[in-house]
Design a protein around this ligand. Sequence first.
Ligand code: NAP
Length: 486
Amino acid sequence: MTYTHPQLSASTHWINGRFDGTASSHTDVTNPATGALVASVPSGTAEDVDRAVSAARAALPGWANTSTADRAAVLTRLAAEITEHNEEIAQAITVEIGAPIMFSRMAQAGLPAAVAAAVASIEPNIDWVEEIGTSLIVREPVGVVGAITPWNFPLQQTMTKIAPALLAGNTIVYKPSEVAPLTAALLARAVTRAGAPDGVFNVVYGAGKVVGEAIAAHPDVDMISFTGSTAVGKRLSVVAASNVKRVGLELGGKSANIVLEGADIDLAVRETLVNSWSNGGQACGAWTRLLVPAARKDEIVTKLVAAAAGYSVGNPLDETVRLGPLASESQWERVNGYIEKGIEEGATLAYGGPGRIPGLEDGAYIRPTIFSDVDPNSTIAQEEIFGPVLSVISYEDEEDAVAIANSTIYGLTAAVFGEAEDALRVANRLEVGQVYLNGAGLNMLAPFGGYKQSGNGREFGRHGVEEFTEVKAILIGGSTGASVAL
Ligand code: NAP
């Protein structure tokens, strides 16, 4: 299948409110369902980053001095722009990463509009100026923000950064993933149409090692907001230390989902698969470890396997398909390798398995897979697989369940199914930034972010906006004076 993204016809960076000259080399974007070429985007350089940072720096004073209400109005219009382009965005993301089209419409394109609207809506609830005693505590923008994002939710992961950063008065240099860059130009135009002045939002395409590191090292960038793997997050922190930049990290996960005695098992089984296999399991917060009471394991695995049969794999543009291909061939190699590793390490293969799917050999299609009897210390129980691979781990009692849940380097999200009081007690003992009880839905205003090596930032709602602010205390004196230096 060929696909030409209408917004990418210029194929250049977006700097200071316009497409920016011509690039000397380009990187191909391929469709993981077919391997076909979809588009080419510029392979940016440190010089491109420099131009974008200069534009963002020049635009900063003007943007920072607009009122928060005016900036919220820009976000409200941005939400409308994204909604208007829902189908175009969904098609582009389906073609670049293989997300099923129904999921792309609802989540990949739908959520970013909801995020922009939600951030706009909380503008009146933020303490932009607060009084503590006779002092004024003022929230100001951090400055020029470098936003670096992964491929799994290309627009959504970007919007959770740029909406709060813009509301707080920052200007932005954005580097999309090379795997999934197709919505970046559309976003740039939408931000401009929504009313952000030239230079407030800039896009530089290119490789992480070149463009990402140039943004992280740039002396005129004040903050990096990064979503991606833990390994790259660690590297970025080192590079960004050169001018003591603030670094917000949203990193990997290995979320535990604990089914307690007393849980509604049918609800738990249904929600487990919806969560852990949505977007092909390529979600940082996916509940990939299912912890079950040892005595209930067989019953739960039987129900999981029955429910798994409803997850059709195929062409992601087919509206009935629930799992498309993985996002790339390298993703296929990675996930298939973990499935082979699970078998090698002695887990019981209950559903799916390694290898290509007959009839779908041309794309990066993988079988959704369930392992049971998984050793909590084994590779597939400890490392982030980032594919539709569910590990069922048996536990003896609540102490054991909590210890297993907390036993990885990650701490992003968790889930608990059980009687309300039991579930809440267990939730309070989990070392994670977000816990879902009994299949709770997303809350656009509740903070999302990691403990441990899942990161240090918080996105969404008031907490997400505060990330992008500096706090200034203005201490008001009188005629007697009482100065003290600390
Ligand atoms: P990744 O390899 O870490 O890449 C993320 C971004 O960083 C890409 O734009 C990448 O550029 C860039 N990058 C790579 N090396 C860099 C470097 N040395 N300096 C600066 N930037 C660099 O992650 P991914 O494979 O795209 O995404 C999957 C990961 O993201 C998973 O670990 C997942 O858990 C995590 N994730 C976390 C969250 C969260 O909210 N916590 C949400 C979604 C995903 P190129 O790839 O274009 O070269």
